[in-house]
Design a protein around this ligand. Structure first.
Ligand SMILES: O=C(O)CCC(=O)C(=O)O
Ligand SMILES: [Fe+2]
Length: 314
């Protein structure tokens, strides 16, 4: 059974880390990071304050509807469907793209500062990862295209500076509990099968479980491991690397043991969907035979808009 590897960032041995990341991204496409430097308190704080928001009545939450142009605000159940065959996707989310995005300040005043503190740490970790990834890619490409350490960082200078500059989204996710004798029908999921859209996603999950990753034809559980960040690649990165790295399909199911119980746990997670700066043209670095790719380049923001427009049901 393939497994999602754990990479330890405590001693920054570039050689070891690049090799381990390279191995993970070119096979299962997911990796856990431990000793990543993100303060647990900041994460727990966002979980707690997000709960304060998600537990508000639906009509209150709907006062902050997600804005299609700004990519910020609240998305309710079934408003975003990731898998065509889903009957329901029982998930709520609040998205922001910068410290000045729309936040529910009047209802949950600490939401903004809690998210911004965490976003800062996530941005730092992302920059470190992008350096390792550029080194890792440099190793597997032909020497002509050897990438300098800053190749990816230079194309991600404005992470969390807002959609005018960069489409990175921090999303707080809430999968509500199923209460009473709700019978979960086939086709009802928490999050339908999909791959992410951008460069990489950093995911912080609580201990509820349910996230699964497609490896070949098998679904493997991305079991929560305390104090880790789970990282996966998005489609843009797969394209950028000419499919050397994979944007693996994943989903969130309602854990079997929860079905039929009187009340089930809610699940919470925080996703940081990292996107290159607006205007960055992404070209496949190289085709398999070593020639420059013939695939048409794509522009970062247009690509993101296209993908988002395909999933929202309004
Ligand atoms: O909640 C999770 O664990 C994963 C969510 C996810 O894959 C997504 O929002 O893209
Ligand atoms: Fe995802």
């Amino acid at each position: 059974m393939p497994e999602i590897p754990v990479v330890d960032l405590s001693n920054l041995d570039a050689h070891r880390i690049t090799n381990e990341l390279h191995q993970a991204f070119s096979t299962v496409g997911f990796v856990y990071l431990k000793n990543h430097g993100i303060d647990r308190e900041k994460v727990d704080n966002v979980f707690k304050i997000s709960r304060d928001f998600f537990q508000l009545p639906e009509n209150v939450k709907q006062n902050y509807p997600r804005d299609k142009e700004q990519f910020d605000g609240y998305t309710g159940r079934d408003q975003e469907i990731l898998e065509d065959s889903s009957v329901h996707e029982i998930r709520e989310a609040y998205d922001v793209t910068s410290p000045t995005s729309r936040y529910p300040d009047d209802r949950v005043p600490q939401f903004r500062s809690a998210i911004c503190e965490l976003a800062n740490s996530l941005r730092q970790l992302t920059n470190n990862l992008l350096k390792f990834m550029a080194l890792a890619l440099g190793k597997c490409l032909y020497s002509l295209l050897r990438l300098e350490e800053d190749y990816l960082c230079n194309r991600h200078r404005h992470i969390f500076d807002g959609v005018d500059k960069n489409g990175t989204i921090l999303r707080s996710l809430y999968y509500p509990p199923f209460v009473g004798d709700v019978i979960v029908q086939p086709g009802v999921v928490r999050c339908g099968e999909h791959s992410d859209y951008g460069t990489i996603t950093l995911l912080l999950q609580d201990d509820t479980g349910g996230l699964e990753v497609l490896s070949g034809k098998e679904w493997i559980a991305a079991t929560p491991i305390a104090e880790t960040v789970l990282v996966n690649l998005g489609d843009l990165m797969q394209f950028w690397t000419s499919d050397r790295y994979v944007a693996t399909v994943h989903r969130v199911k309602i854990p079997e043991i929860e079905i039929g119980r009187q009340s089930t746990a809610a699940r919470q997670s925080i996703a940081f969907f990292v996107q290159p700066d607006n205007g960055v043209m992404i070209s496949s670095l190289m085709d398999d035979d070593g020639s420059i790719s013939q695939r048409q380049p794509v522009e970062s923001l247009s690509y993101l808009k296209l993908r988002l427009s395909e999933t929202y049901k309004y």
